[in-house]
Design a protein around this ligand. Structure first.
Ligand code: PEP
Length: 251
């Protein structure tokens, strides 16, 4: 059985003064049996967060596809590993949109992360327009085919996060039926791409996950955890979600 994984994405939020939240989240994560918990703060907080985070994995929100070179402003997977990151989110829809990241670039980032032994969380998800037009499954399958690392090479673990763009930061949540349909389709695509290893890949749901909807989402088949933005910024909001994942793991 796959262990639940709950990952907080702080986006461009947080400061040294807010690292106390990480300490509180780490303490709760230690108590929550059967759940893996991680926080991905901005790059500048990775090293100081590590010092506060026994029992909690710290990750990044992006990395470059190359190991080093003339790439001003970028950070490589090796650099993240050196400061203690254990995972990295790649292909978040905000980066696909704002930085115009292609599937090909995202695949290179995921492969770079896996080569360093980091967990690579590859994000996929359709726009509202895609869903209304009924092409959501095809769009996500296309993103997976384009951005999944080749044969999931490397020592790190591959994770997929399904995040419908229309549900991110909007308060709109996909229905359990919609989530079940998409996660089953992603599982099938992983099977095609990776063979039996596709069944070990954890698939997270992301998009307005909160304390009051987490348990229902975690009960959906093939939902192996969540990627959480807004509700990961404070221990008060995030800890009940970790507890819901622990409850789902026990059930
Ligand atoms: C995200 O940014 O990955 C996300 C899911 O955000 P939120 O939980 O705020 O919708």
């Amino acid at each position: 059985m796959r262990r639940k994984l709950v990952v907080g994405n702080w986006k461009m939020n947080g400061s040294l003064a807010q690292l106390g939240e990480i300490g509180l989240i780490a303490a709760a994560a230690k108590e929550a049996k059967g759940v893996d918990v991680a926080i991905c703060p901005p790059f500048t907080l990775i090293a100081p967060a590590r010092a506060r985070a026994a029992g909690l994995a710290i990750g990044a929100q992006d990395c470059h596809g190359k190991e080093s070179g003339a790439c001003t402003g970028s950070v490589s997977a090796a650099m993240l590993k050196e400061v203690g990151a254990r995972l990295v989110i790649v292909g978040h829809s905000e980066r696909r949109a704002e930085q115009r990241e292609s599937d090909e670039a995202i695949r290179a980032k995921a492969e770079a992360a896996l080569r360093q032994g980091l967990q690579a969380i590859v994000c996929v998800g359709e726009s509202e327009e895609d869903r209304v037009a009924g092409r959501h499954l095809a769009v996500v399958a296309g993103q997976l085919r384009g951005s999944l690392p080749d044969g999931a090479e490397g020592e790190g673990e591959l994770v997929v996060a399904y995040e419908p763009i229309w549900a991110i930061g909007t308060g709109k949540v996909a229905t359990p039926a919609d989530v079940a349909e998409m996660h089953a389709a992603i599982r099938a695509e992983l099977g095609r791409a990776l063979g039996h290893r596709g069944f070990t890949v954890r698939i997270l749901y992301g998009g307005s996950v909160k304390a009051d909807n987490a348990a229902e989402l975690f009960a959906v088949s093939d939902v192996d955890g969540a990627l959480i933005g807004g509700a990961s910024l404070t221990a008060k909001d995030f800890i009940p979600i970790i507890e819901a994942a622990a409850g789902a793991g026990r059930g």
